[in-house]
Design a protein around this ligand. Structure first.
Ligand SMILES: [Zn+2]
Length: 373
């Protein structure tokens, strides 16, 4: 992404969605990531820490890592590839392929077009220059955080939806699902412009805007079905400060900040409470809002009216777009804390409080019956 001098227009105020804060026990039940984010052996993060320029073998290897993870560990998530290709400033007459991966989990009874979704988003491609660039904060670590969030919520989603089904629900009832969107082609190949950047996001937003749900659906298109687009970028350096960028989603920022504060007070985070990540909790209407000043994957979604929560530090971490943005320069306690904060926020959004189980007991309890559709 890039800092732009042009401030964008702010969207219209939009309605708030159902949201229920976790109890203290619920927050304690968000499992600690343990070794998942070890840069050499971490099951989630380590395989992403390699160059993954669109259309190269590294990109395919990382994509396969995501697919393997969902297929083996989270088989109830539906995987979708969204493909496109485009010329770039360095591709001559050839087209470079871009592959977005979307993992979706909806209530099993929900009819197509009746599910609104929390979308958790990061880009998985890496910058072509400098050669060998890893992009650990940009955005290998955010991708791993989203894998962790999906895995941490999966069993609770099953439990909640099984309980709802047992009570009886209609497929026409409005339902809430969750979606992990791993985008390709965020980085510019030469110099960031509107044509040389966010290739994957532009293609996905356009396609989802034009894909019509059946008539009489609650949501007109898959794009319309995104209740909130939470974009993680440049996360994993120590002492980040993430501003609240948009007045229209400040309510969601406040929920995320409250989750962070409560996790800290319950001693569930690893980093110092002296430097909270989300500190613009007293922001006023008349304060300066930076929405639009940072160009990133949210732009084509925002332009089509999607609500955006942009989780990106400002100022950017000092390693940004340098060879120092590698695994060794990640601050792992910060990576773990982001993973827990985003997971807890998502659990609150999906109203999973009583369905999260204490981490230690999880393996001792039988899985609830699953209804296959
Ligand atoms: Zn970048």
């Amino acid at each position: 992404m890039i800092m732009s001098r042009v401030a964008g227009l702010l969207g219209l105020l939009s309605g708030a969605f159902a949201y229920k804060a976790l109890s203290d026990d619920g927050l304690r039940n968000i499992a600690d990531p343990g070794d998942d984010f070890d840069i050499k052996s971490g099951a989630l993060l380590a395989p992403i820490l390699q160059p993954r320029v669109p259309g190269t073998p590294g990109s395919t290897a990382v994509l396969n890592h995501f697919v393997d993870f969902f297929q083996k560990e989270l088989p109830d998530w539906e995987l979708t590839f969204q493909n496109s290709s485009s010329r770039t400033p360095i591709s001559g007459n050839d087209e470079t392929p871009f592959v977005n991966l979307i993992a979706t989990r909806d209530p099993p009874w929900a009819g197509q077009g009746h599910v609104g979704r929390l979308a958790l988003v990061a880009h998985y491609d890496s910058k072509i220059d400098p050669p060998g660039f890893i992009g650990a904060i940009d955005s290998a670590a955010p991708c791993a955080m989203l894998m962790y969030a999906a895995r941490s919520l999966d069993a609770a989603l099953t439990r909640k939806w099984s309980a709802m089904e047992a009570e009886g629900v209609s497929e026409l009832e409005e339902a809430s699902g969750i979606q992990i969107i791993l985008l390709d082609g965020e980085e510019a190949f030469k110099v960031w412009t509107h044509d040389d950047s966010i290739y994957g996001a532009r293609s996905l937003a356009e396609e989802w805007d034009q894909t019509m749900h059946p008539a009489a659906s609650t949501y007109r298109t898959p794009l319309d079905a995104i209740d909130l687009f939470v974009l993680l970028d440049l996360l994993g350096s120590a002492n980040p400060t993430v501003p609240s960028f948009f007045r229209t989603t400040h309510w969601a920022y406040l929920n995320m900040a409250n989750t962070e504060a409560r996790l800290r007070s319950l001693k569930q985070l690893h980093t110092s409470p002296a430097h909270p990540f989300l500190r613009e909790t007293n922001k006023k209407e008349s304060d300066r809002w930076l929405g639009g000043a940072i160009e990133d994957d949210h732009l084509p979604f925002q332009a089509r009216g999607v609500d955006i929560l942009h989780m990106i530090p400002a100022p950017f971490p000092t390693v940004w777009h340098t060879m120092a943005d590698d695994g060794e320069h990640l601050d792992i306690p910060t990576v773990k804390d982001w993973a827990k904060i985003v997971t807890a926020f998502s659990a609150e959004w999906m109203e999973l409080d009583e369905y999260l189980l204490p981490p230690k007991k999880r393996s001792l309890l039988p899985e609830p019956d699953r209804t296959e559709l």
